[in-house]
Ligand binder design. Sequence first.
Ligand code: G3P
Ligand code: CA
Length: 348
Amino acid sequence: MTRLQWLRHLALIGAILLPWAAMTAAASSPIVIAHRGASGYLPEHTLAAKAMAHAMGADFIEQDVVLTRDGVPIVLHDIHLESTTDVALRFPDRARPDGRYYAIDFTLAEIRSLRAQERLDSDGQAVYPGRFPAHTGDFRVPTLAEEIDLISGLDRSRQRRTGLYIEFKSPRFHRREGHDIAQRVLDVLREKGYDQRSEQVFLQCFDDETLRYLRHELKTPLPLIQLIADPGWGEDSAVDYAFLQTAGGLDAVAGYADGIGPWLEQIYLGQDAQGKPVLSNLVALAHARGLQVHPYTFRADALPAGIDSFDALLQLFFLELGVDGVFTDFPDLARTFLQDHRQHRTPQ
Ligand code: G3P
Ligand code: CA
């Protein structure tokens, strides 16, 4: 073989292997999970925010899912529409007696006609004033199927393999409304060829019964994450969140799930009198049972009390606590942090 032939041979091998190496990104650890997309920069759960997260190198992109009246999974954080769309302007007489506009009361065609926008609070003010301008932009509420098409299309054109991280929102509410949200989401994953991709899809829920149903009755092979809320948030679940954070609770979780998604303030409890972080033992307890730990939500513009920079927060969780991934509104910053701090992690 001549030198030129040998170089061509090497180039050919490289051309085969390099894209493959890039496409293993979803399996890297710790993982960066784009929380509602790159939602620090564009309105949450819009396709624009998801495309930006992809470009920023997120390993996984999160989808919160609710159903429409016609049973179609859409990507929306709330079961209500008014905080992130212009539904109150478009359909002013369609609120329930509690004043809320429920996605389950609207067909997909109606929801497609809404404009999605930056999240507003109950006074109509932007929840994060420094982010994308409120009431601005031509964004829509995507279906889960449309979002999967976007991510898989970008994976193809950018030679990546980006993961989906799907949350079932309020499954008990959906059941009362006559819908099985777990089954509907699995149907979409099967239609899109993602239902067996256990390296590329996480399923998450606050409701333990829904996770048990997914594992034992629907028999999904996809990894399941038990989310842990603060009891005061009123999540749609009967689970005892305090018990879940104990050794006994995590023993139970290990029987049906592959990891936990705790609120970061269930791990970082504040500072002591000397200004040192006070930490729970939740990460170590979970790791001892083989459970992954993916805390939420890491926001550069909403730091926990006592943490003075986003890098300090990431340092604590990635390097000192050794979590397996984080949900963040700023996937670019987490990606850069991990690139700058390779080899410095001490998992518990
Ligand atoms: O799913 C993890 C995290 O996103 C849970 O909080 O309210 O943003 O869905 P939330
Ligand atoms: Ca979520």
